[in-house]
Design a protein around this ligand. Structure first.
Ligand SMILES: C[S@@+](CC[C@H](N)C(=O)[O-])C[C@H]1O[C@@H](n2cnc3c(N)ncnc32)[C@H](O)[C@@H]1O
Length: 344
């Protein structure tokens, strides 16, 4: 039987990650050894999953012993044991959370807001993070900024490791969507050698960094309009050693250089379609690929994104050769976050 073996310190994070893969074997016990824990898994892991496990210092191995599980380590048990709250409220405590490096983000049911600080203190200790943020209002505005309040700790600047990339940012002021992990990993294998790439909405480097780090483009021009995101983008370019390839621009992407790109990344949601004309113009005259993101009601997913692309292309005298569409994640009830790979 297969297991993921990881250092004890990252055991809980590894368990959550494997659960998110849908690969956790709940029928066998997690085995704690001296320095490591072995987490049983149901299947062989995919390549991109293995990359994430290796980043935690983990390996995949045959289980040396198999113990049927009557109990398994569940941090909720320790959390519950340490919370001092009335029984009628305890059922409302967060069962899910997001790690952004060593910062934790939780949501709170209205009925338990008054226990927020106590809850955060316990979660911080059991889940081993320095700061706990309360997601009070999701992600808003042109700059896609989170609305978070600090419940525990002070330092909200964190470094999140994913797919070999270090993303340094202020988790209280800038977003990092865990739901986009597959897309960030996919973009890490997209570029052909020596391509010129334009990332129109670079943020802290969500797509720019994996492309520059894992593939061999000759240039990645990264446009970002928010000065704070830009500051971290510049830092992250340095941190990941891709300064020879990435050119960060603190600018509206509507001002981006035209006629230069083999590939254009449009990793933005909400009003992205308003930038399609510009994306077509950024491509070289002979064409290239556009990765166009759109949040779209499920009922319109078959038609609206394609129709918008076709309209912009035809207005620019561009020929669309091929479109591949995929769902990145559910964005909100009844609305999907889609990406279209458009060959022009
Ligand atoms: C936050 S990212 C989206 C990240 C990515 N899709 C994800 O979910 O992980 C989008 C970025 O585009 C930036 N942005 C918005 N409008 C822009 C514009 N016109 N030109 C350049 N950057 C822009 C925002 O400031 C933001 O940092």
């Amino acid at each position: 039987m297969l297991a993921v073996s990881v250092p004890k310190a990252v055991g809980e994070r590894a368990r959550l990650l494997i659960t998110r893969f849908g690969a956790l074997d709940k029928y066998h016990r997690i085995i704690a050894r001296e320095d490591e824990i072995e987490i049983p898994i149901l299947r062989e892991l995919a390549d991109h999953e293995i990359i994430l496990i290796k980043e935690m210092g983990g390996t995949i191995r045959q289980l040396s012993e198999e113990i049927d599980r009557d109990t398994f380590y569940d941090p909720m048990k320790d959390i519950l044991a340490n919370l001092d709250m009335p029984d009628d409220h305890i059922g409302k405590i967060p069962q899910r959370w997001e790690f952004m490096g060593n910062v934790l983000v939780i949501k709170l049911d209205d009925s338990i807001v008054k226990y927020g600080k106590h809850i955060a203190q316990v979660y911080a200790r059991i889940l081993n993070v320095k700061t706990v943020l309360w997601d009070t209002g999701g992600i808003t505005g042109e700059f896609r900024e989170p609305v978070h309040e600090i419940l525990f700790g002070q330092d909200t600047v964190t470094t999140h490791l994913e797919n070999g990339i270090r993303y340094n940012f202020d988790a209280a002021r800038l977003m990092f969507s865990s739901g986009n992990v597959d897309e960030r990993i996919r973009m890490a294998s997209m570029c052909e050698d020596d391509e010129t790439v334009v990332d129109m909405f670079a943020g802290i480097g969500y797509f720019t960094l994996p492309m520059a780090f894992h593939t061999s483009p000759s240039r990645v021009l990264a446009y970002e309009k928010n000065p704070l995101s830009f500051e971290y983008l510049v830092k992250n370019v340095e941190l990941n050693g891709v300064g020879d390839v990435v050119e960060p621009y603190l600018s509206d992407c509507q001002l981006a250089e035209e006629g230069i790109a083999d590939r254009v990344v449009m990793g933005y949601v909400g009003t992205t379609h308003e930038f399609l004309t510009k994306a077509m113009r950024i491509l070289k005259p002979e064409g290239g690929i556009i990765h166009y993101h759109e949040t779209c009601p499920n009922a319109l997913a078959d038609k609206r994104p394609r129709a918008r692309v076709m309209e912009a292309a035809s207005a620019e005298g561009r020929m669309v050769k091929n479109i591949q569409q995929r769902l990145i994640k559910s964005y909100s009830p009844g609305v999907g976050h889609l990406v279209l790979d458009i060959e022009i």
